[in-house]
Design a protein around this ligand. Structure first.
Ligand SMILES: Cc1cc2nc3c(=O)[nH]c(=O)nc-3n(C[C@H](O)[C@H](O)[C@H](O)COP(=O)(O)OP(=O)(O)OC[C@H]3O[C@@H](n4cnc5c(N)ncnc54)[C@H](O)[C@@H]3O)c2cc1C
Length: 372
């Protein structure tokens, strides 16, 4: 029997970031089913931090987390580069763009409304036309995050504090309070179990006899394609339609695009389907002068949501020592520093952090009780 103070199930961004903070308070053992951390959602994200996603709570968590990305603590490599986020609208999306601009201005001064010339200067392939883009604004200080640096930085912090990360350790049985047996027959014990199993979080709760939260995994598709030869896209912004329809961003000289799809799926090794890949390519051509001649790479991942689309952290009211850290949806990377700080405070029984409260996030918005 391996003993610890905190057992964390899940080696994605949620488990690693919370594990790193909890490791300051006791021995952390993190169990990850796959042979490497970040194999599922956290390794399939496009890792862009912006305000064009989520409601007020998610935006507050996103805003709060920026300082961590821009000034990482010791032990982390560089985590982020400033990259503008250009929000665009066709005629029908103009009200949504206006509202998003209003919200973004309430969070930052780094916002400019753009006319055609300015928008096209930022993204030369933009198709500014009555049937395409008719309005745009930019948040000049979007952040492109480095997912590998983030995941590995948190993993190093766990190990540096004496914690362990065990990969290839799929949790198969859980008995209160709390004993775990993996598929390979290894056993672990701790008084606090952190369920950070992403799309599998409700399944893990089921193994422990804890009431599930009704989390929904939704699949999202990404395609990669080459820009026309001679076109240097490396400095292009993240471009997103004001309504959830299409986004595109540069990545190592190529372009990534998504149809912003949300298809419900069972927890699984998510794969892209032909239809959503084709829709992504088509929507790129609707809003830009680009042609997607060949999809060079594609993938899909699951974004797992609670009913109110706000992430969840806190002890299960029906099972002592069972801690939920789930429902990171489409913003698990960009909100991770804030959520890890919240998870730390709640798991060790500390007061709700003043700086999180000052950012506009209260326990009632985050704790699992709201969903039960
Ligand atoms: C295409 C796409 C684009 C995205 N873009 C962004 C973005 O730009 N910005 C952003 O912030 N977020 C983005 N996201 C969302 C982000 O990826 C997720 O919110 C985040 O990765 C969720 O992290 P997680 O740790 O909860 O889940 P995961 O990374 O899936 O980790 C959960 C882990 O639990 C493990 N596990 C499950 N069951 C068991 C078990 N029984 N035993 C042991 N281990 C188990 C799994 O193997 C998995 O590794 C995107 C997601 C997708 C799919």
């Amino acid at each position: 029997m391996n003993t610890a103070d905190f057992l964390v199930i899940g080696g994605g961004i949620a488990g690693l970031s919370a594990g790193a903070r909890l490791a300051k308070h006791g021995k952390v053992v993190l169990l990850e089913a796959e042979d490497a951390v970040g194999y599922h959602s956290s390794g399939r994200s496009v890792t862009f931090s912006h305000f064009g996603i989520g409601g007020a709570t998610v935006r507050a968590l996103t805003a709060y987390s920026r300082a961590f990305f821009q000034n990482p603590p010791d032990g982390f490599d560089e985590l982020a580069h400033v990259r503008p986020a250009l929000f665009i609208a066709n005629e029908a999306m103009v009200p949504a763009l206006d509202e998003l601009e209003r919200i973004t201005r309430s969070l930052t001064d780094a916002v400019d409304r753009f006319d055609e010339a300015e928008a096209v200067r930022y993204c030369p392939a933009l198709r500014w036309a009555p049937d395409a883009v008719v309005a745009a604004f930019v948040h000049r200080e979007g952040l492109k995050l480095d997912p590998n640096a983030l995941l590995q930085g948190y993993a190093r912090a766990i190990r540096a504090a004496g914690g362990e990360i065990v990969t290839g350790a799929r949790v198969a049985e859980i008995t209160p309070r709390w004993r775990i047996r993996t598929e390979a027959g290894e056993t672990y014990e701790a008084p606090i179990l952190v369920n950070a199993a992403g799309a599998w979080a409700d399944h893990v709760a089921g193994l422990a006899g804890v009431k599930p939260l009704g989390l929904t995994p939704l699949r999202r598709t990404i395609i990669a394609f080459d820009p026309p030869s001679g076109m240097d896209v490396r400095d292009w912004p993240f471009v997103k339609t004001a309504a959830d329809y299409m986004y595109m961003l540069p990545d190592s000289g190529r372009l990534l695009a998504s149809p912003v799809d949300e298809n419900s799926d069972d927890p699984c090794d998510a794969q892209p389907d032909e239809l959503n890949m084709a829709i992504a390519a088509h929507r790129v051509t609707e809003f830009t002068t680009l042609e997607v001649k060949r999809i060079t790479h594609k993938w899909a991942g699951l974004r797992t949501f609670a009913a109110d689309r706000v992430p969840v952290a806190g002890f299960a009211p029906d099972a002592e020592g069972f801690f939920w850290l789930a429902g990171q949806g489409g913003y698990g990377l960009q909100t991770a520093p804030a959520m890890a700080e919240i998870a730390e405070a709640l798991a060790i029984g500390a007061a709700w952090p003043d700086d999180i409260a000052a950012a506009g996030v209260s326990p009632e918005q985050i704790r699992p009780e709201r969903l039960l």
